[in-house]
Design a protein around this ligand. Structure first.
Ligand SMILES: Cc1ncc(COP(=O)(O)O)c(C=O)c1O
Length: 504
């Protein structure tokens, strides 16, 4: 804790050594109390900015509470001497901060830190409790992230340079809220070719990931009088929270082996539903051809909308990717996707393709939300797609992820015999059901957390728990090297055997 009162003792001695900011700055660090040491970096700033640096360091010290209200500051002469700066700089800083109410001067001589200056609230994310085992996890098996080290930095920078070389000044104005025409053209071609989407660039809206696509659709549906949306159960918890942010409720709807079960959907009375037909999140099932047809029939009969979240539809390992549902009826399906799994979620770049009846309303929402995505990022992605970089990236990831998937299945087989795996034909995660002897679930999760292994139980994604005592886990593998997967699964087995006393 900082001391209050003046920095007594060595002040005058030091003052005699350094009285001018013009000379070499040799602060008397031996005499400084910890409270004033925090001003040393400012004192060492280049002469031109030293005064400003000192004022901000003092302000920050007061705001953060390191200089508590009521603390008496050293005299300007003493502090100048201790810091090795001119007395004028300190006087100026004291006067300025007194004028700003960070400091107050007493009736006689002396300057104090004002009471009542509040430290800024720390961001919520710093204070929020973390998921068990997530903070500093030794191994993180939670799904959702691709291997960020596979990001094509070289090709991306080349595309950036190419774009800066050819982008006219006029392109740096406000963009078309639906996206840069060249990107919409490029994406329409890509999605038609790779995903069988009916892609009219006029109906394609570039947005900040599937997350923003969901929000845009949510607002438009709400404006149209919709009050709740059907979501898959189990499904992505994100869908419910994003729709909630637009004022819509969600109705969890069960799945069967073919996809979203039809009868509960019909009974629910919803007029909009979110689906992940290519690789259901999290179970990994692909919707059957029959269920796709039934769903579209339901949408036509009830004048409903289906949102298709094609979040990882490009990654399929053992057979050709199944085409998008949207290709079967573009007037009933809002198709959404992003580069979050293929390139990096931090780019925040995605797209939606809307039915004609909804396009303009969605574009109007996009306009009022953010006036469109950043032009440069869009131009770079367009360049990257057109020059074949996107296809190359998908091929590269596909090879790496297949190998990792195999490593995960093999490691489970070795260390958790009897485990059944599903959803392994595509995507970046699998579902592993560990036999009941590895349960109960809470105990396993606790042991894993104790050993620094972060896991996501399937129950986090839905309403129903396991009925037979097995422990169903959603295991992400794409972001981990095969060796790390093998070691991580072995460490999990060890944690289970040792009752959670595994070394971190
Ligand atoms: C089901 C599902 N949809 C979409 C996304 C991606 O969202 P975005 O494109 O906004 O990054 C994720 C991310 O993990 C997801 O799990």
């Amino acid at each position: 804790m900082m001391s209050s009162g003046t920095n007594s003792g060595a002040g005058s001695e030091a003052g005699s050594r350094t009285s001018s900011g013009a000379g070499p700055h040799r602060p008397s660090t031996e005499s400084l109390s910890p409270a004033w040491e925090l001003l040393l970096p400012a004192a060492a700033a280049p002469a031109r900015g030293r005064g400003r640096a000192l004022r901000s360091a003092l302000r920050e010290a007061v705001r953060s509470g390191r200089l508590a209200g009521g603390t008496r500051l050293p005299s300007s002469r003493e502090l100048a001497a201790d810091l090795g700066v001119s007395r004028g700089l300190v006087t100026e800083a004291y006067e300025q901060l007194t004028a700003e109410s960070y400091l107050r001067s007493g009736r006689g001589a002396g300057t104090w830190v004002s009471e009542g200056v509040r430290a800024a609230e720390r961001p919520v994310r710093d204070r929020a409790p973390r998921a068990a085992g997530a903070a500093g996890a030794r191994v993180d098996f939670r799904p959702g992230t691709p291997d960020l080290s596979l990001f094509p930095r070289g090709a991306w920078s080349a595309a950036q340079r190419a774009v800066w070389g050819r982008l006219p000044h006029s392109a740096l104005g406000y963009p078309d809220p639906r996206g840069l025409p060249e990107l919409r053209e490029a994406l329409a071609g890509l999605l038609a070719r790779r995903r069988g989407v009916v892609a009219d660039p006029e109906r394609l809206v570039v947005c900040s990931g599937v997350a923003q696509a969901t929000t845009l659709l949510g607002f438009v549906l709400r404006d149209a009088g919709v009050t709740s949306v059907g979501v898959e159960d189990p499904g992505s918890p994100e869908h419910a929270s994003l729709f909630a942010a637009t004022g819509l409720g969600t109705v969890p709807l069960p799945l069967d082996d073919d996809g979203l079960a039809l009868a509960p959907l019909v009974r629910s009375g919803v007029r909009a539903v979110v689906t992940t037909p290519a690789h259901q999140f999290p179970t990994g099932i692909g919707y059957s051809a029959q269920r796709r047809g039934e769903l579209l029939g339901w949408a036509r009969d009830t004048d409903a909308v289906i949102m298709e979240d094609d979040y990882d539809g490009d990654f399929r390992y053992d057979r050709e990717p199944v085409g998008a549902l949207q290709g079967l009826d573009p007037e009933r399906v809002v198709y959404t996707g992003s580069v979050s799994k293929s390139l990096a979620p931090g780019l925040r770049l995605g797209w939606l393709i809307a039915p004609a009846a909804l396009t303009e309303r969605i574009v109007a929402r996009k306009r009022t939300m953010d006036l469109g995505n950043p032009v440069l990022d869009q131009a770079v992605l367009a360049d990257f797609v057109v020059r074949g970089g996107y296809d190359r990236q998908l091929r590269r990831c596909q090879r790496a992820y297949r190998e990792r998937r195999d490593a995960m299945v093999a490691a489970l087989d070795e260390h958790f015999p009897g485990t059944t795996v599903s959803g392994i034909a595509a995507g970046l995660h699998i579902i592993a059901r560990l036999p009941a002897r590895y349960g109960p679930e809470d105990a396993l999760l606790e042991r894993a957390a104790g050993a620094g292994i972060a896991l996501r139980p399937l129950r986090d994604c839905g309403t129903a728990g396991s009925e037979d005592g097995s422990v169903p886990l959603v295991l992400g593998y794409a972001h981990l090297a095969p060796g790390d997967i093998a070691r991580g699964v072995a460490a999990l087995a060890e944690a289970w055997r040792s009752g959670g006393s595994g070394r971190r």
